[in-house]
Design a protein around this ligand. Structure first.
Ligand SMILES: Nc1ncnc2c1ncn2[C@@H]1O[C@H](COP(=O)(O)OP(=O)(O)OP(=O)(O)O)[C@@H](O)[C@H]1O
Length: 293
């Protein structure tokens, strides 16, 4: 495995309160479907920001636009003032790491090896060095292992370092995904439904883990359906409905906003995104019925 102690990207922690991520007018269309529609979002250092919205609101698509998996149809994403390259590994090297809604671990590798893989954007040793295994390689590997073990200790998995990742319980696999993402030494961590499938105790522990990550100087942007988790955790919450940003504010502001409650309960409200389209469809259907009479 390619390992080294050198940091090859600009992942130094930013001063508290400086803008890290800036998404402007991000739109993503799939054929005729606009999954994300003109969304702006900023994340600053020291912040935990939540992204919520009903199923199909466009949250994961927006994440994919931020991490180079999708190239937005329109709009721009910058990290520390530089436009992000449209390649996931380059985005990681720039300082943004992520986890996935559906866990993506190397199931036949050990827990430790999974974290070591996560370090590859922060190493300068290449394939040949790994194959030839000279003294430099061994030194670098020892340092990488030490860093990986520190991360496993941080997420509470140090005693399982040599276990195969597929044998971990579900909640621990999620923790391992976070440790692997942290191994790339990000300035911003994106978490896509980190508590999905967890029991209340595991969810509470994940909340503490996210606070601890923030305290290490890493900003966090998190998608989650568990509202208690989001409102306990986040400094700011942004709500997407049908691809558009409906409202953004502190947990207190968002949870008492009647438009947010209506969006979750499925109650129509004035000015709802997609309202004009829905009215058009209704009118067309009514017209068709009239003609058929
Ligand atoms: N690759 C794709 N091709 C076509 N349509 C897509 C694609 N990815 C997502 N969509 C559509 O875009 C819309 C938004 O999906 P997305 O998964 O981003 O929503 P979400 O808010 O993350 O939902 P959930 O909370 O259920 O995960 C949905 O209508 C979905 O079917």
């Amino acid at each position: 495995m390619a390992t080294d102690t050198k940091t090859t990207g600009d992942a130094a922690p930013a001063a508290k309160g400086t803008t890290l991520l800036e998404a402007r007018g991000v739109t993503m269309r799939f054929g005729g479907l606009t999954a994300v529609n003109n969304v702006d979002l900023t994340v600053s250092s020291g912040e935990i920001v939540g992204l919520i919205g009903p199923n199909g609101a466009g949250k994961t698509t927006f994440f994919n636009c931020l991490t180079g998996l999708y190239i937005p149809t329109e709009g721009q994403v910058t990290y520390k003032g530089t436009v992000l390259p449209p390649k996931p590994f380059k985005v990681t090297a720039a300082g943004i790491a992520r986890t996935f809604q559906n866990i993506r671990l190397f199931s036949n590798m050990t827990v430790l090896e999974n974290v070591l893989v996560g370090r590859h954007t922060r190493t300068k040793e290449g394939l040949w060095s790994a194959i030839l295994r000279g003294p430099g390689f061994h030194r670098a590997e020892a340092v990488s292992r030490e860093k990986a073990m520190e991360l496993l200790d941080f997420v509470g998995l140090a005693d399982k370092a040599e276990h195969l990742s597929r044998n971990l319980p579900y909640g621990e696999q999620r923790k391992l995904e976070i440790a692997r993402a942290l191994a790339s030494e990000p300035g911003l961590l994106l978490l896509d439904e980190p508590t999905a499938g967890m029991n209340p105790q595991e969810t509470r522990a994940t909340e503490e883990l996210v606070f601890a990550i923030r305290d290490r100087g890493i900003a966090v942007l998190v998608i989650e359906h568990d509202m208690r988790f989001i409102f306990n955790l986040c400094d700011r919450v942004s709500v997407l409905v049908q691809g558009q940003k409906l409202v953004e504010g502190t947990s207190q502001v968002v949870q008492s906003d009647e438009r947010v409650i209506a969006a979750y309960l499925g109650t129509p409200f004035e000015g709802e995104p997609g309202e004009a389209e829905a009215a058009e469809v209704e009118a067309a259907e009514a017209g068709a019925k009239e003609e058929g009479k």
